[in-house]
Design a protein around this ligand. Structure first.
Ligand SMILES: O=C(O)CCC(=O)C(=O)O
Ligand SMILES: [Fe+2]
Length: 283
């Protein structure tokens, strides 16, 4: 059901090169139509189910956008999507900590920061999601956007200022210059979270859903408490790798008798975590 495109070494090199120089890269036809339609249906029904609920800090600020938060808590397929082989190949090169010895170097040690679906409404002003600018070669955070509908200019596509990821400056909030990043249904875009980016207002009446995943180095604070918020039945279905991705290898140890190593690895995901879960009612 979940078909994601495989990439060869040349395609991988091109993505990494674009990402480093421009601050973003694109991979067309990342997921096929059938996968897209399936995910689209889930996102739409999640949106319909919860659209009347008030989301503090969001509903009043952006009343014309559509957004579904915390997809990882709703359906495991979204975790499978962002932990597919292609995403791993790309992200291991960008945000793996190479001194993390408790996880094999060919496996991810980065974590998920936030997982949402969004369809633009009003213009989204330029911003950066990295919390901090820098001019360094390395980044600590990236966003993946997977289009589940066409996201062209009229559908409120992403806007990016190429090269701004290394500007060492906070954003100019309005759209001075910049490039539109139109995506066709099924395409993937990846950008350095330091880049100045935003989204155009949506003129068309159609939905323009994209799954947007924030992926980050293991030590960056997550936007929600993902490890405690995940439903326990979804936790039980995850592989070791996926548990590490949600952050179960990166929980701050309670004290020095538990462990003194912040980079805990798979050993920690195998321990009994049952008491950790908040068992929230997500319905
Ligand atoms: O929807 C988009 O294209 C960009 C969204 C974005 O930048 C964000 O949610 O932080
Ligand atoms: Fe953003």
């Amino acid at each position: 059901m979940l078909n994601t495109k495989k990439i060869n070494i040349n395609q991988l090199d091109k993505i990494i090169n674009d990402f480093e120089i421009l601050g973003y890269a694109k991979l067309t036809n990342f997921i096929d139509d059938e996968t897209c339609n399936y995910l689209n249906k889930i996102v739409n029904s999640l949106y319909q189910k919860n659209k009347k609920k008030k989301l503090p800090g969001y509903s009043d600020k952006r009343p014309n956008d559509k957004q579904v938060f915390n997809l990882q808590n709703k359906d495991k397929i979204f975790i499978d999507l962002i932990s597919c082989a292609t995403v791993e190949k790309i992200l291991i090169k960008i945000i793996n900590d190479k001194y993390y010895t408790n996880i094999p170097p060919d496996k991810p040690n980065y974590i998920l920061g936030e997982l949402i679906a969004r369809s633009s409404g009003d213009k989204l002003k330029y911003h950066m999601d990295s919390w901090l600018p820098s001019s360094g070669k390395k980044t600590w955070m990236v966003q993946l956007a997977i289009a589940l509908d066409d996201r062209q200019i009229d559908e409120g596509c992403t806007m990016i200022v190429p090269g701004s990821h290394r500007s060492d400056n906070y954003t100019d909030r309005n759209f001075p210059s910049g490039s539109a990043v139109p995506l066709k249904k099924g395409d993937l875009a990846i950008w350095d979270s330091r880049i100045w980016h935003g989204a155009l207002p949506k003129k068309s009446k159609k939905n323009a859903w994209a799954v947007i995943a924030t992926m980050q180095m293991w030590w960056v604070k997550q936007r929600f408490d993902l490890p405690r918020g995940l439903p326990y039945d979804i936790f039980c279905l995850l592989s070791k790798k996926q548990k590490a991705l949600i952050g179960y290898s990166s929980l701050p140890p309670i004290n020095e008798f538990f462990t003194t190593d912040a980079r805990q690895g798979y050993k920690s995901v195998e321990e009994n975590k049952q008491n950790l879960f908040l068992k929230l009612d997500e319905s």
